[in-house]
Design a protein around this ligand. Structure first.
Ligand SMILES: C[S@@+](CC[C@H](N)C(=O)[O-])C[C@H]1O[C@@H](n2cnc3c(N)ncnc32)[C@H](O)[C@@H]1O
Length: 194
């Protein structure tokens, strides 16, 4: 079982039958960090095939090691960027749920161009989702959360759904568990592909 998928050796676009042994729904997480959310969801829902992308090599390796030690056969990790995943790797209409949890807020104005959420990127997210598939986002950063909300609401092909319901059975991420203890407000967005 190979958890760590070499981005230079994959079929483009990705082929789920080549990557996963199960044929259940495919959920994708962008920016999995230390993997708390991904690993918990994979353990709780073995019928789901879970693909995560993480750009930082240190976190990528950490999560590969943890998934291997826990024998999580439904997890695959790609060390690459969200942009590479969305604009090159994901087949259209292939994803059953997409999670972007606590994307880097890049608070300094001169760094705003590094933020993930823009109309081009959310349109690419929509293209990869199956009809009625959820796109779930959280942020602790009030100003970035406003940007995310505006971009999501202006993206053709998405409609809002109830975030409380959408996140109800999902694990917390590593960042979120820290923020909850600190009493920080979490902004949760739940959209569905029309
Ligand atoms: C603020 S952390 C959140 C990690 C995790 N989702 C959590 O909530 O604990 C953002 C993560 O996204 C990764 N990341 C940031 N930009 C990325 C990009 N363009 N492509 C892939 N990963 C990215 C970072 O390396 C980092 O691990």
């Amino acid at each position: 079982m190979t958890i760590d998928i070499d981005v230079n050796s994959v079929t483009v676009p990705l082929n789920w039958n080549q990557l996963f042994t199960g044929d259940g729904p495919v959920h994708v997480e962008i920016g999995s960090g230390k993997g708390r959310f991904l690993l918990k969801l994979a353990a709780e829902r073995p019928e789901i095939s879970l693909l995560a992308v993480e750009r930082a090599g240190k976190y990528h390796q950490l999560v590969c090691d943890k998934a291997g030690r826990r024998g999580l056969e439904n997890v695959r990790l790609l060390r690459t960027t969200a942009e590479d995943l969305l604009f090159r790797l994901l087949p259209p209409l292939s994803v059953d749920a997409l999670y972007i949890l606590f994307p880097d807020p890049w608070p300094k104005k001169r760094h705003h161009k590094r933020r993930l959420f823009s109309p081009d990127v959310t349109e690419a997210m929509v293209r990869c989702l199956k009809p009625r598939a959820p796109l779930l986002v959280k942020s602790d950063h009030p100003a970035y959360a406003e940007v995310i909300e505006a971009v999501l609401n202006q993206t053709p092909g998405l409609k809002p759904s109830d975030p409380e319901e959408a996140f109800l059975d999902l694990p917390l991420t590593g960042f979120e568990s820290k923020y909850v203890m600190e009493g920080r407000k979490i902004h949760a967005f739940s959209m569905v592909k029309k």
